[in-house]
Design a binder for this molecule. Structure first.
Ligand code: 3AM
Length: 176
């Protein structure tokens, strides 16, 4: 069988926002909340592709490179927990249209190329904890981290020595 890689498109967070999130998380949640996502792994997933071949990666990268849209401003000002997937997340209360457009485009390109896409609508979020064993009290979202998004990237999820690391493979600029 041809070799595959586990890939997804996502937005990287500015380093200073990443640090602020880590600090907020450390002050707001008890230690047994779940498995914290490592600072360098914090990201906002746009489209999950699954385990795909090099050929499919190339096709989807070419399509991603043809996306023409302007950047947008993203404000992270909400938090919650999904009990079904056992994650605690933060995200935008109101997703900017540019974010929805970008994710929908990448998701539909993925679907047309045989990458299964969940029928659920896109819920932009940054996962803070995985494997949360129980419902946790979500602190009031007393933050608003706002930044300009003018790039998106393709990442590989690499599981090695018991740790998951997201490695950037390719990056594109958002511009008309
Ligand atoms: O960190 P988040 O939740 O944004 O949940 C996985 C993670 O996103 C998601 O892809 C990102 C990188 O691993 N993911 C993993 N398996 C998935 C699947 N089968 C999935 N998303 C949808 N379907």
């Amino acid at each position: 069988m041809a070799e595959t890689r586990r890939l997804f498109f996502a937005l990287e967070l500015p380093k200073e926002v990443q640090q602020q999130i880590i600090h907020w998380r450390a002050t707001q949640f008890p230690e047994d909340t779940g498995r914290p996502v490592a600072a360098e792994n914090l990201h906002l997933t746009l489209a999950f592709l699954g385990d795909i071949s090099a050929d499919k990666q190339k096709a989807l990268s070419q399509l991603a490179g043809r996306i023409r849209q302007k950047g947008f401003t993203l404000a992270i000002d909400d938090a919650g927990q999904w009990l079904r997937s056992n994650v605690v997340w933060i995200g935008p209360r109101h997703a900017p249209l540019g974010l929805i457009q970008l994710a929908n485009m990448l998701r539909s390109q993925a679907a047309r190329n045989g990458c299964y896409q969940s029928p659920q609508p896109f819920h932009p979020h940054i996962t803070l904890y995985r494997n949360t064993p129980r419902a946790v009290t979500i602190p009031p979202p007393n933050f608003r981290w706002q930044f300009k998004v003018d790039e998106f990237a393709l990442y590989e999820s690499v599981f090695r020595q018991g740790r998951t690391r997201y490695q950037e493979l390719q990056r594109w600029t958002l511009s008309n």
